[in-house]
Design a protein around this ligand. Sequence first.
Ligand code: SF4
Ligand code: SF4
Length: 351
Amino acid sequence: MTPPAQSYQFIFRPTMLCNLRCKYCYVGALRDCNGQIMSEKEARTSVDWMIAFCKHHAIRNVSILWHGGEPLLPGIDFIANTLEYAESRFGEAGIPMSNQIQTNLLLVTERHVELFRRYFGGTIGFSWDYGSDMRVYPDGRDASADIWEKALWCREKGLKLGAICQITSENRDRPIELYRHFSEAGVPFRLGPVFPSSMEDVVLAAETACAVIDAWLDDKSPTIEIGNFCEMVESLLTGTCRKCYLEKNCGRVLLALSPGGRIYPCSRTIDNCDIIGNFHTDSPEAIHVRRMSFYTNKEDARCANCEFSRACAGGCAFHYKGGWHTCECAYNYRVLKHLSERMREFGHDCC
Ligand code: SF4
Ligand code: SF4
């Protein structure tokens, strides 16, 4: 069995609850029946289990991604105490550890800003879909303007921001505007389609992505990166991959820990049928074995003959399981082809 990667990620989900009801959110179906928030005691147990996992598998360094649900919902004291505990315990274990966070920003206060500076290297991630009304409060009001306002406030406080922007039917005809909006604000972003989507929608999304790539590459003085396109360029040039969905078996790089001790394969998985164990009871070895075999082989015959197989590695295993692989492949192929053609214009030969 392939051991875990020496650089490993734990997706720490202290709650699956959220203060928003985004229209595309995959957690929505779970929210009403799983209203748990980790206690501080349970969060400490999860940290201890992560360290046991690292020691057992000789993992050399770790990133902990605070995710959810909305990870700020358990409260500022929970966050501060858990961060302090994790830093102290990983330090004692001699395992370098860093934190990342993906939040909707709405609960951020001055005190959170201090924690973000102290424990997150001053960088936070948020989701915001340019020109769309996908992000809404529980009463249905559009939250987009409030989120962007909070993002600008965080930036004024000196935090570095990274956005995830979905390509939607509202913004897909405005790729130049979309790029300029993030560029002028100095906010780097990641861009992609919502899954599941129809084939028609992903083909249109690929056209949008290619137009955004052109706006970015033709920008004479770019101020921002588009993170997932940078990763695609890197994998096109080197054949090595930094992201889970570019791994042949994503089971070697990450796990998600949730309230109740539930362990899931990754942040995309939320259903009871996806649970692969429990950090209150299961050993690190058993969980790694189950994680590695959770998804069936994601590469199909077409991938084996695909010019981008080294750069794409067949896409996301979750999309295979959900039956959306064909759509993801159509999107990935178009975007990788466009990027590789543009790289050739710059004199780079791509794999
Ligand atoms: S299923 Fe997809 S999102 Fe989840 S870890 Fe694997 S590649 Fe990443
Ligand atoms: S672009 Fe499609 S065929 Fe090519 S490797 Fe990716 S998923 Fe497979």
